[in-house]
Design a binder for this molecule. Structure first.
Ligand code: PGA
Length: 251
């Protein structure tokens, strides 16, 4: 099965507009001959700036979240309509920082997933277990629940716009990466969950990224695994020198 690799940078709450512009500009130059699919997800306040820079290039524009409602009295939230207006193509949903710091549950995340898909966005649905859940032997239970509930009510015809990112929470921003073998076990399991929901063909096409302390020196080993189709990169996506080698890893 020839799934293409998809490397995404999640800039989280970093960078002013000027810093974002500088980084985006450099990535456009460095990745223009890159062979994989690419995305950057700047903080909301930098999206318009970065949009003008990546438009028409091989780098997609992402947002890190959206509101569960289209518009209205939702102080502090950002709507899919506003993201579309800025040229955003992809929305990251269910990131562990949204789930655990901002207490987003599966029901809310599912609402956002369906709204984003309805408006034609690609969605990167993040899933992954906490350290205590791993230690309690609940990796599969948690990943299955987050996948099934995250995709509840999503029609098979929209699945081409869904990417899953497996991000073990204990590996995010900690410097601890899951070993390629450990990650592969979960990726293969998640693909099985997708097969149960949507059939083998849909499952074999699903892009499943790994996230959690991906660096230049572990990217190729992770991506060599059969069911790992790319990376969602946090810390290492903030510098050209650390992101480009991941984005241009040799398969
Ligand atoms: P990290 O973050 O690469 O800094 O561990 C990954 C993520 O949160 O998507």
């Amino acid at each position: 099965m020839s799934r293409s690799y998809y490397i995404a940078g999640n800039w989280k709450m970093h960078n002013t507009r000027a810093q974002s512009a500088e980084l985006a500009q450099a990535l456009v130059t460095e990745l223009k001959d890159g062979k994989h699919k690419y995305l950057v997800a700047p903080t909301f306040s930098s999206i318009e700036t970065v949009s003008a820079i990546v438009e028409g290039t091989n780098i997609r524009l992402g947002a890190q979240n959206c509101a569960a409602e289209e518009q209205g009295a939702h102080t502090g939230e950002v709507s899919v309509l506003q993201l579309k207006d800025l040229g955003v193509q992809t929305i990251i949903l269910g990131h562990s920082e949204r789930r655990h710091t901002y207490k987003e549950d599966d029901v809310l995340i599912n609402k956002k997933v369906k709204l984003a898909l309805k408006h034609g966005f690609e969605v990167i649905l993040c899933i992954g277990e906490l350290l205590e859940e791993r230690e309690a032997g609940k990796v599969e239970e948690v990943c299955e629940r987050q996948t099934v509930k995250g995709l509840e009510g999503v029609d098979a015809s929209d699945l081409g716009n869904v990417v899953i990112a497996y991000e073990p929470v204990w590996a995010i921003g900690t410097g601890k990466t899951a070993t390629p073998e450990d990650a592969e076990v979960v990726h293969a399991f998640v693909r099985k969950v997708i097969a149960c929901l949507y059939g083998d063909n849909a499952a074999s096409k699903m892009i499943i990224q790994y996230g959690g302390s991906v660096k230049a020196d572990n990217a190729a080993q992770l991506m060599a695994m059969e069911n790992i189709d790319g990376a969602l990169v946090g810390g290492a996506s903030l510098k050209v020198d650390t992101f480009v080698p991941i984005a241009k890893f040799k398969s």
